[in-house]
Ligand binder design. Structure first.
Ligand SMILES: [Zn+2]
Ligand SMILES: [Zn+2]
Length: 466
């Protein structure tokens, strides 16, 4: 058997690893590479494998950096099956269509300029027809339900505790000649004890390990005080009749915040006057999918359900529909919370809210996720005045608060905890899904834990196992 690391090798995005065994070619993930626009476009368009030769894709979870290039795989001739949990399939259906929409919007802007300059116009990587075709190929695999997907190749999913539907991928490969292998792929590993979702599991017995390294060199702050801090901000905006604006990713982070707000309400600490608006069509769809898949909830969320309460909805909370309704919030007086996408303020409805909110010192902008360099979100965190939003310069006077504890990824302590439980039989470990310094830190951790061979593969590198 052989493994070739095509994506998320020495980088975080574009997850894609090819496993070749028993005459089959299997992709683990098929994600979009995200980065500088032109470079990303080239990388994503030029697939490193011939899609017609791929038999199966096994999808760890629905995040675009893991699933986002699947429609293009289909467009270029892939006709095999995609194995994923049902919740991942449901999320892909909305997230990949959203990806079509974002590409289209992005290209309209770029092509306008190119048309003026007489240059050739760019085409999107894929469109909704490709997503339609792809959705036909999804084949659900249930948790803890081993399935022989091909002769001598058995697939089993375990909880990864990262986002709804996220899975650890275990492949048992029995060979007619040579040794048998058990491969374990972490996908993205969640943070232990996060709201709604269950804790990641520790499947035993793998001899080959692919482990993510996103935060292999850092520790997250404790999440203990998230609820208390939110409660404090609620009181503040209630007193000032002002707005609390939370830029948040539609899938995962938005549901976490809603859950915390709900818990504050359960404790009777939610100010009566404060309204909650979830302002992103994708957030609404994703929340509905979370509500549909309650079988994945953790004990605390299940207890709420058993008590007749919906963990992700409460009185006073509204999903904002049309863009007009969204704009109307600009002129609606507080106190209110607006949770809007995108999480790094690079697009979406959060932009007009931000433009409207930042000038008032009574408002709070609450940052709850990682803000990459060169994003508007990062400039807000760094309080770089004035801010340029939607083509206009605005003065930042609002309070800016940051909660760093809500990462969906395990930190160094979480990764170490997981590794210690799964490592016993591991002979070969590969650090993936991390920038060069992160995968190096992971390789160190792997070696320290006594694994005989640990490397951070380079893109395109192949490893052979007898
Ligand atoms: Zn992820
Ligand atoms: Zn990822």
């Amino acid at each position: 058997m052989r493994i070739t690391f095509y994506g998320a090798a020495q980088t975080t995005t574009g997850s894609m690893h090819l496993v070749e065994a028993n005459g089959k070619r299997i992709l683990l993930d098929c994600g979009l590479y995200q980065g500088h626009r032109k470079e990303a476009f080239e990388k994503n368009r030029n697939l490193p494998v011939d899609p017609k030769t791929i038999d199966y894709v096994i999808l760890s979870h629905a995040h675009i950096d893991h699933s986002g290039n699947l429609p293009q795989l289909v467009r270029q001739g892939f006709r095999g099956r995609v194995f994923a949990r049902q919740s991942t399939t449901d999320l892909c259906d909305v997230m990949l269509r959203d990806s079509c929409f974002l590409q289209k919007r992005d290209l309209e802007y770029i092509n306008k300029r190119r048309r003026r300059e007489g240059k050739k116009l760019f085409e999107p990587l894929y469109d909704e027809r490709d997503v339609d075709a792809l959705m036909q190929l999804f084949t659900p695999i249930h948790m803890h339900d081993p399935r022989e997907i091909s002769r001598g190749i058995t697939l089993e999913f375990f909880n990864a505790g990262h986002i709804l539907g996220s899975a650890l991928v275990q492949l048992d490969i029995r060979s007619d000649h040579g040794r048998n292998h058990r491969l374990l792929f972490s996908g993205d590993l969640g943070q232990p004890d996060q709201p709604i979702l269950r804790h990641y599991e520790y499947p035993a017995g793998a001899d080959i390990l692919l482990i993510e390294s996103t935060y292999a060199d850092r520790y997250h702050p404790s999440a203990d005080d998230v609820e208390l801090r939110l409660e404090h901000y609620l009181k503040y905006i209630d007193r000032h009749n002002s707005k609390l604006l939370v830029p948040a990713f539609s899938v995962g982070r938005t549901q976490q915040i809603v859950y915390y707000l709900n818990k504050i309400r359960e404790r009777g600490k939610f100010p009566r006057e404060v309204k909650v608006y979830i302002d992103s069509p994708l957030s609404q769809k994703a929340t509905m999918i979370y509500a549909k898949h309650r079988e994945v909830y953790n004990d605390e969320a299940r207890a709420m359900l058993a008590a007749g309460k919906d963990p992700l909805e409460f009185p006073g909370m509204t999903f904002v529909g049309s863009p007009e309704e969204s704009m109307a919030l600009n002129d609606t007086p507080g106190p209110m919370i607006i949770i809007a996408a995108s999480g790094m303020c690079e697009g979406g409805r959060v932009l007009h809210h931000l433009k409207h909110c930042v000038g008032d010192e009574d408002n709070i902008i609450l940052i709850v996720g990682f803000q990459a360099e060169n994003t508007l979100g990062r400039r807000v965190v760094e309080k770089r005045n004035p801010l340029r939003i939607l083509g206009e310069e605005v003065e930042l006077k609002a309070r800016v608060e940051v909660i760093n504890a809500l990462s969906a990824h395990a930190d160094r302590a979480g990764l170490k905890d997981w590794l210690d439980e799964v490592k016993d039989n591991v002979r070969h470990a590969f650090a993936v899904h991390g920038e060069p310094e992160k995968v190096s830190a992971m390789v160190e951790m792997l070696k320290e834990s006594g694994i005989p061979s640990a490397v951070a593969p380079m893109p395109g590198q192949t490893y052979r196992f007898e």
